[in-house]
Write a protein that binds this ligand. Structure first.
Ligand SMILES: *Cc1c(COP(=O)(O)O)cnc(C)c1O
Length: 397
């Protein structure tokens, strides 16, 4: 029986568990790992056919590997895209997409509040290749349109943003991109296909750092690009030739991570929502940034576009940097780290870590104040998370 035969009818929860698994002759129940660099052939003629591409099949694991393909097929199905190409990291996914689709003279328009390394990749390394990037306010559709020129080929956004949880209307942004002959890529790291499916809203490409929620337990670094066959064939060409391929072992971890993604994301959202509501009424907290709160500027849009608001939230405490550092240093359980997308709750001070390289003016434009703390809410008991944060917050009153 082909386990894929019902795939078109399956709901997301089922795709997460069943899509992409082709059993070997051993009839194993769980997805196998193929830790092999290359593959062998029955004859010289078969080798020639496989190398030329006349016959489908694996040649070398920089090109294709069955474990990696299982992850790719499962994620493509969950994102509703025709094809997925897995990469060695989220940054490799963004670089491979850029190398595949852009050339010297082309322009990118991107949201200002991007992941730090994405900004460095665009400015420093794509800049060297003659590709320029303009940054706009994520939620300001008029600013996106105004920044587009005839040379613009790609619009790139992370929504919701980190750490202020701003949201852009993906369908409107896709319409603007297409009206100007550009592609729209959405970095879907913070919500994952369990909570947001940008392709269904009109985006051309979805980018993932699988390192985050797709794994969900902080075990491996990896990434992926999902989109139409035509564009993904180009991305595949870059990965195959330039080499940022995903290892079979990491692909297996991510495949197993996808199986519990929906459950984990719902639990992450529930903990984050409850924590945001608790923080909002704490006397040492001046402001909470979370799109699940009714006073968030894009709350209605988030409620319409997203199946949940994710688990990354920012909050501003009294006492500026000193206050923020005191809250962070008073924790005993939370992990002080810039990472996110883990069952373990993490806490960081963006102004001196993840956004530390920005100038004061850039920090001000991005809304990164000295009193801002970012928490990526994990799956520990809410009471324990609150107690750990409450110790430092109570000391600020
Ligand atoms: C972590 C992250 C990346 C980069 O992914 P790596 O796997 O660390 O290379 C890109 N975008 C977002 C939103 C991220 O959080």
């Amino acid at each position: 029986m082909d386990p894929q035969r019902f795939q078109d009818e399956w709901a997301l929860e089922t795709l997460a568990i069943r899509a992409g698994h082709h059993r070997t002759g051993e009839q194993e129940h769980s997805e196998p790992i193929f830790p092999t660099s290359s593959f062998v052939y029955a004859s010289a003629a078969e080798a020639a056919r496989k190398f030329s591409g006349d016959e489908p099949g694996n040649v070398y694991s920089r090109f294709t590997n069955p474990t990696v393909q299982t992850f790719e097929r499962r994620l493509a199905a969950m994102e509703g895209g025709e094809r997925c190409v897995a990469t060695s990291s989220g940054m490799a996914a963004i670089l491979s997409t850029a190398l595949a689709l852009l050339q010297a003279g082309d322009e990118i328009v991107a949201s200002r509040s991007l992941f730090g390394s994405t900004v460095s990749l665009f400015d420093k390394y794509l800049g060297k290749l003659g590709i320029t990037t303009r940054y706009v306010e994520l939620s300001d559709l008029a600013a996106w349109e105004a920044a587009i020129t005839p040379a613009t080929k790609l619009l790139f956004a992370e929504t919701p943003s980190n750490p202020l949880s701003e949201v852009v209307d993906i369908a409107e942004l896709a319409e603007i991109a297409h009206r100007h002959g550009a592609w729209l890529a959405i970095d879907n790291c913070f919500l994952t296909p369990a909570l947001q499916q940008p392709i269904a809203l009109g985006a051309d490409l979805v980018i993932h750092s699988a390192t985050k929620y797709l794994d969900g337990q902080g075990r491996a670094v990896g990434g992926a690009v999902v989109g139409p066959d035509k564009l993904l064939e180009e991305v595949f060409g870059v990965v195959r030739t330039c080499g940022p391929c995903l290892s079979p072992f990491n692909a297996w971890i991510f495949t197993k991570g996808l199986e519990t993604l929906g459950l984990r994301m719902r639990a992450h959202c529930a903990n984050a929502q409850a924590l945001a509501e608790w923080l909002q009424v704490h006397p040492a907290v001046m402001r909470v940034h979370y799109s699940g709160l009714p006073d968030h500027p894009q709350h209605a849009l988030a409620a319409r576009q997203q199946g949940g608001c994710g688990a990354v939230l920012g909050f501003e405490v009294t006492g500026a940097r000193e206050g923020a550092w005191r809250v962070i240093d008073a924790t005993r359980m939370l992990s002080i780290t810039g990472n996110l997308g883990d069952v373990k709750t993490t806490i960081t001070h963006p102004a001196t870590t993840t956004h530390g390289r920005l100038s004061d003016a850039q920090k001000a434009a991005a809304g990164i104040g000295e009193g801002l703390i970012r928490v990526a809410v994990g799956l520990e008991s809410l009471e324990d998370i609150r107690a750990d944060l409450g110790r430092g917050l109570d000391a600020l009153i």
